[in-house]
Design a protein around this ligand. Structure first.
Ligand code: G1P
Length: 293
């Protein structure tokens, strides 16, 4: 059974400068909630209570966000703003959150390696801190956890991406064995579209068995001169059957500006207090654009 989750959140966010110069990209707000809070809520709603966040230089704001803030709590209490008070207390009580610092940026594979002692000999979930996945049914990581219970094997979430986005992702080659489910045959990190084995991209959610750590330690530097998790999983393929699952839900990639903008608009439209007025505003903008010669 999967009981622990690891959230790598050490990257510099260079695709999102200048805001990420001093702000962690995982703290970028989707309306009023930092991205990483959604990620943790996904893990918690799948039944995970133990979360290890891999942080790095300049990521203090993440720790502060999930800590208690007595000053703020006192002030809200005095003002009688009980709703806001409950909201911020809930954030601090969401899960048992632990932190470890990646000392040198050396890729996603290297970041995951820092979790070795914490997860010990248990399977664990990995949720990338800059990817939000919403689902009408079961949280994405919960879907993978159910499959882990069935197969006892590592599994990666995948989704179809358009050809022009292939080189942004790890791409899998798999044999379809059930609707949405693939037996992994190969993985490649950020291939050129013409060399890609498929259009199924690794979507930032994984269940990994602890033997990944040995594989990471034997993985040479790959794309971008970094130790890639994709390459380490590829090495695991030599020893085990691994799976990929085209999850049910929608993925929001906060790591790039255009997808971030779209995410904010969609999340704002999901909120009762904004929907009507915000939609009217968007319609107004579209009309103005159409009227221009
Ligand atoms: C990472 C992984 C890649 C995966 C992607 C999903 O890349 O290396 O395999 O497809 O996350 O967001 P990054 O976005 O960190 O460059």
């Amino acid at each position: 059974m999967v009981k622990k989750a690891v959230i790598p959140a050490a990257g510099l966010g260079t695709r999102f400068l200048p805001v990420t110069k001093a702000e962690p990209k995982e703290m970028l707000p989707i309306v009023d909630t930092p991205t990483i809070q959604y990620v943790i809520e996904e893990a918690v709603s799948a039944g995970i209570e133990d979360i290890l966040i891999i942080i790095g230089k300049g990521k203090r704001a993440i720790e502060d966000h999930f800590d208690r803030s007595f000053e703020l709590e006192n002030q809200l209490q005095e003002k009688g703003e009980t709703q806001s008070l409950e909201q911020i207390q809930k954030i601090a009580n969401m899960a048992n959150i632990h932190y470890i610092r990646q000392k040198q940026l050396n890729g996603l594979g290297d970041a995951i390696y820092y979790a070795r002692q914490h997860v010990d000999d248990e399977p664990f979930a990995v949720l990338l801190g800059d990817t939000v996945i919403s689902s009408n049914s079961h949280p994405c990581i919960g879907q993978l956890m159910q499959l882990y219970d069935r197969f006892g094997a590592s599994i990666v979430a995948v989704e179809q991406v358009p050809r022009q986005k292939i080189s942004r992702y790890g791409i899998i080659k798999g044999k379809a064995i059930e609707p949405r489910l693939y037996l992994l045959e190969d993985l490649v990190e950020k291939p050129k579209p013409e060399e890609s084995p498929s259009d199924l991209a690794i979507a930032g959610r994984y269940i990994l068995t602890p033997d990944i750590f040995d594989c990471i330690s034997r993985t040479p530097k790959g794309r971008g001169g970094e130790i890639q998790l994709t390459d380490a999983i590829r090495l695991m393929l030599k020893y085990h059957a691994l799976y990929a699952f085209n999850f049910e839900g929608k993925r929001y990639d906060i790591g790039n500006k255009m997808d971030y903008l779209k995410t904010i608009v969609e999340f704002a439209l999901k909120r009762d207090e904004f929907r009507v007025e915000f939609m009217e505003y968007l319609e107004e903008i579209i009309q103005q654009k159409e009227q221009k010669p």
